[in-house]
Design a protein around this ligand. Sequence first.
Ligand code: HMG
Ligand code: MG
Length: 305
Amino acid sequence: MKLPKQVKIKEVGPRDGLQNEKQPILTADKIAWIDSLSESGLSYLEVSSFVNPKWIPQLADASEVLKGIKRNKNITYAALVPNLKGLDRALEADVDEISVFMSASEGHNRNNINKSIQETYPVLAEVVKEAKMAGKTVRGYVSTVIACPYDGKVAPTQVREVADHLFSMGVNELSLGETIGVGVPSQVESLLEELLGHFEVDRLAMHFHDTRGTALANVVKSLEMGITAFDSSLGGLGGCPYAKGASGNVATEDLIYLLHEMGINTGINSDKLMKSALMIEEKLGKPLKSRQLEILRAEGRERIS
Ligand code: HMG
Ligand code: MG
């Protein structure tokens, strides 16, 4: 098996993780958590989203969070933006990277952003154009790359079509969202075979939710196919509120255990990362689902020291 020596982890817990938590988290607690993540060797943090706060009340404080955190110049601080109104707020808060998002399936796209796929393209094209004019890099997300909670199976060609539009708009990188965590390695292989025939491998990232415990197997398949960027969420936090039953992203600490044991470097310090995981677990007041946290609990080492 030919594997990369280095992989980039993009921590999405403060956005994808918290957006799915009902219990409000204090802005000061979010800031303290993000600051601790900034100390762990991560080089990319998706810290919030500038969506309609009525849709995602947990992240209504995106501007305050961005303004309150200590910026490390070696870290990219990104946020989701759905439209020009969100872009104005994100630029005002001086986000480093803008992430636009849409789905490969009509059902999820409509439920998540209240538009058809065709109606979404011009909205995102304008966001990408304006963001680039403001000197920002732009990341694109395509959700439901394997299946949709409303429409069922999604064909790789459907994903390629949306990816094509997003790359034509000028996104720098595209993250492929396995939103509901149903995918298995053979499906990831079919998806990537289709996409790698059209797009450069180093412009694609994988974003696996782990609802059925298949995320790490899907990561290994993606590594074999040359992917070197993965999104993950500390403690396995997360889910999409508009994809019922979907659980969190693959846990960052479980992902880096796998990568480091396979001899793949991430630049992340596992001990510091576990302290951050314990910190957000304490704020949420409930045990989180990662294997590494379960091991700490089993060994009686779950107190932050
Ligand atoms: P809409 O209601 O159709 O928007 O929502 P609208 O343009 O008709 O505006 C309605 C109201 O919202 C107006 O206010 C706007 O000003 C306001 P009013 O005049 O009624 O007082 N508004 C905003 N306010 C603040 N910031 C904004 C904004 N936009 C409108 N940016 C919209 C359309 C897209 C905004 C809405 O559907 C929305 O916010 N959706 C976001 C849903 C979301 O955040 N989902 C989770 C993230 S995606 C995800 O998790 C998947 C991913 O992880 C990958 C994967 O796992 O697959 C990325
Ligand atoms: Mg997600």
